[in-house]
Design a protein around this ligand. Sequence first.
Ligand code: DON
Length: 315
Amino acid sequence: MSAEDRSRLLGAAVDRVLGDALREVAARIAEGSVADYIPELADADPEAFGVSIASVLGRAYGAGDADAPFTIQSASKPFVYAFACEELGAEAVHEHVGVEPSGEPFNAISLDERGRPENPFINAGAIVTTSLVPADDADDRFRRIRDALSRFAGRELDLDDEVYRSEAATGHRNRALAGLALAAGSLATDDVDAATDPYFRQCALRVTTADLAVMGATLANGGVNPITRDRVVGERAARNTLSVMATCGMYDRSGDWAFRVGMPAKSGVGGGIVAVRPGEFGVGVYAPPLDEAGNSVRGVAMLEALSDRFGLHMF
Ligand code: DON
């Protein structure tokens, strides 16, 4: 059999497994509820369900609503953290934010004994991380973040203006978290809006599961996008990011996730999850209804099924 035939057969097998897993997990449609604390997110289609895998060899597979757009929300956080580590070095970043799992919800009001948010994935830590991206002002900061995330995805990501405005109009708790970080000395700007405005916009960038899979595959591949061959961040920044995803990516469910799925990952309240098998794959899933921790119910179930079926559990 030629290498090309083998690769086609393998591709068909992956598509079949993705399709089977999708049908099996789809039965859990009634569980969880779509986020509505950002009013615009309440309009998401609760039935939408898609999955994509991208390998470090540049192959891509998908099933269901693999190409349906949704806002990236907290799944942006690892990529902004990677970018900040690349720009400033991890040591400088960790003057401002820690790497300990908080064991608390994503929007918790808490700082460690040094006045830093516990990790870059809870909202407080993500806003601090965004504030660290060197820029002239809020617009410039968002432009740099969007460029970086677009390079991770290998295509220009666009903003969902309605979701951005909806969060900007209601995100008082995030502004309060930024104010608290400013008072504690961990925010890198003395203008709260110069941190929260680009943060709200980074969360409202539109992606598909295919994008999340490629973004994850770029981390899996040591910082080089396997489709465009663009080196987006260095190996150390990619490794740092996967380490924090492994310990803090699913908030107060990170332990259960490591036990059941065994891959670095990050969820978002838009219903997306990006997971990574280092050295091999990135996976993106999308299903809007969330559990109480803010993680997609069918997304978690799908990744557990894929972890079992493809032997992706790392431990
Ligand atoms: O800051 C917020 O609340 C949202 N823009 C993002 C939160 C989020 O996605 C939490 N993850 N599951």
